[in-house]
Design a protein around this ligand. Structure first.
Ligand code: AMP
Length: 608
């Protein structure tokens, strides 16, 4: 008797999700998603169309509203039960429905790879019990896929970021998808990943946020027109689609419009819907949901016997983690930047692919991703006191954000009828403005008749090559200005810059003999304009001058250099500012030095 060995085809990783499913494979040591006509996500929806044919994914989603009896979504919630699910005039068990999705993914993978696929690593939530895992194995078998292994979703997500890590680490995986939320605390040790605890809510997801927004918009429409859009299945469906889109856009935009023409009728007249939603309004609506997820995080940590300080990495999974409020709350809670370099919709499938490659004994490299290495933002006033405005760094794009990135943030002017705002773009991680790197500055002229404190929206678009486009807009007037900054990322970190500045300073000092008669005046000379009689002035014998005075002196040096480049009114203004600064220095008046110094710095920036 001879033993025949079956050829082992490629082994893929499959995220069989509640809302969407994804298939991926490791190629050349890197996990990659296998797409179909550019679509990476397959909606986890199946249906039987009126012609009696099976439809899956987008085609099934498209018929959901028209043929709800012929379409099934979110079957994952029913895995573990064998109760039949009606589909048209037939009915199927949950594993059978899941098998239809797996079959579609298997075929997608086969087409993308050009050879049949029959093996997969499939992920399930950490909280799935044995009957739910068994149902998943059965679904795979029905789809003609050998489930090489069923692994936990948080384990897969951890593998994407830490496949090659052998250190002992604790990782929190926060997974907020369309229909479910869960958080797992995972221990990674000697290449073994163990889920220590898991907590969540199988009835909490992005769908709830859509429903909340829908209620908000529908309530306002009802108050205005006396028509409840929720009463008509079609109007409700259209509004839900619009709200879901609006929710997504609010993750990067400050304000969105929802517009649906001919959405209802009253007294024979068509009614149109237009609504404006701000991110702040949306955040107020969804805050209770986000708080529930944070409570789950606390419970999972408690169950694992750990505190937030003992967590080495926080991994974000699921489309709903793109919501800025989610990230913000987690940043507060853990006091660290979350890892979201890998697309949160794809992380689980990519991790399943990594596990699949490992089963096959193939090496997997560190996952290559493009992320911002620094936080980018602007200088903004955080509070007003009798001493004047307190300015701080206000982040817009956080460190570790995947590229390309686009975020916007709303601010307001500091005074009524303000005539201009200065957008000072900074890069760094410190709240104090001066501890970050200044990467650009521009002025947006405002409409002086604008009245009360006006809203200014600042948008950052950061490309893969590190080019940052900053746009400031006054929505009330449409006034807008933009600045393009090349290499916004590729330069020194704030700390490194300080050291580099010092190094250069030393170098310049050492080269002083190169400077001829036009030597800029030294600090001592500036402070003691009538210097002859001041040989024993405190500047010479007392303690070294403060950094502020040193900065002022450096500014005056720059001003000296700029003299040859300005003329007319500019030259007069420059002279006046220099004299005022010299006077402030001579008076030993730090407040005046700071104020005039800032004015001079601005002036030099614009005449540069
Ligand atoms: P998942 O189940 O992980 O595929 O997540 C899908 C959920 O993420 C849906 O509720 C989507 O509406 C939501 N989602 C996807 N992209 C975004 C986004 N940019 N902002 C907010 N929610 C999003």
């Amino acid at each position: 008797m001879t033993e025949t060995t079956e050829p082992r085809g490629p082994i893929v990783g499959i995220d069989l999700g509640t809302t969407n499913s994804v298939v991926a494979i490791v190629v050349d040591g890197q996990p990659r998603v296998l797409d179909e006509a550019g679509e990476t996500l397959l909606p986890s929806i199946v249906g039987i169309n009126p012609q009696g044919q099976l439809v899956t994914g987008v085609a099934a989603r498209n018929q959901l509203a028209a043929f709800p009896d012929r379409t099934v979504a979110s079957i994952k919630r029913r895995m573990g039960s064998m109760e039949p699910v009606p589909l048209g005039d037939q009915s199927f068990t949950p594993p059978e429905i899941s098998a239809m999705i797996l079959r579609k993914l298997r075929d997608r993978a086969g087409r993308a790879l050009g050879r049949p696929v029959s093996r997969a690593v499939i992920t399930v939530p950490a909280f799935f019990d044995e009957s739910q895992r068994q149902a998943t194995r059965e679904a795979a078998a029905l789809a003609g896929v050998t489930a090489g292994r069923i692994i936990n979703e948080p384990t897969a997500a951890t593998l994407v970021y830490h496949a090659n890590s052998h250190d002992r680490k604790h990782i929190a995986v926060y997974d907020f998808g369309g229909g479910t939320f869960d958080v797992s605390i995972v221990r990674l040790e000697a290449g073994v990943i163990e889920v220590l605890s898991s907590h969540g809510d199988v009835r909490l997801g992005g769908d709830d946020l859509d429903a909340k927004l829908l209620d908000h918009v529908a309530d306002a429409f009802q108050t205005e027109h006396g028509v409840d859009l929720r009463a008509s299945a079609q109007a409700k469906y259209r509004l839900l689609q619009s709200c879901e889109q609006a929710k997504r856009r609010l993750s990067t935009e400050e304000t969105v419009q929802i517009a649906e023409e001919f959405i209802a009728e009253k007294d024979g007249q068509p009614l149109h819907l237009t609504a404006t939603i701000t991110r702040q309004e949306f955040e107020n609506l969804i805050e209770p949901f986000i708080e529930r997820t944070i409570q789950s995080v606390d419970t999972a940590l408690r169950d694992a016997g750990l505190t937030t300080h003992q967590i080495d990495d926080l991994v974000l999974v699921g489309g709903s983690t793109r919501i800025p409020l989610v990230e913000e709350r987690l940043r507060d809670e853990f006091q660290r930047e979350p890892s979201r370099a890998v697309d949160p919709d794809l992380a689980v499938a990519l991790g399943a692919a990594v596990q699949a490659a490992m089963i096959d004994g193939r090496a997997v490299g560190s996952v290559l991703v493009d992320v911002t290495g620094h936080t980018l933002g602007i200088e903004a006033c955080v509070s007003m006191s009798f001493l004047g405005p307190e300015m701080a760094f206000s982040p817009i794009i956080h460190r570790n954000s995947p590229l390309p990135a686009r975020y916007e943030q709303a601010y307001s002017t500091m005074h009524d009828d303000q005539e201009e705002v200065i957008i000072h773009v900074l890069q760094g991680e410190r709240p104090e403005v001066h501890r970050n790197r200044s990467v650009g500055k521009f002025r947006l002229q405002l409409d002086p008749g604008g009245g009360a404190r006006s809203k200014i929206v600042v948008r950052f678009d950061l490309t893969l090559d590190g080019t940052l486009k900053v746009t400031a807009t006054q929505p009330a007037t449409g006034l807008s200005r933009e600045l393009i900054i090349d290499n916004a990322l590729s330069q020194f970190q704030a700390d490194a810059r300080g050291a580099a500045e010092e190094r250069l300073e030393d170098l310049f000092d050492a080269s002083e003999e190169l400077i001829d008669d036009e030597d800029p005046p030294s600090l001592k000379e500036w402070r003691a304009d009538d210097s002859e009689s001041n040989a024993d002035s405190p500047a010479e014998t007392g303690p070294p001058p403060s950094p502020m005075f040193q900065e002022a002196a450096a500014l005056l040096t720059k001003a000296q250099a700029a003299r040859s480049t300005v003329s007319g009114q500019d030259a007069q203004d420059l002279e006046l500012l220099c004299n005022n600064l010299k006077q402030a220095l001579a008076d030993d008046d730090p407040a005046a030095v700071a104020a005039v110094g800032a004015e001079l710095e601005d002036f030099l920036f614009y005449v540069r």
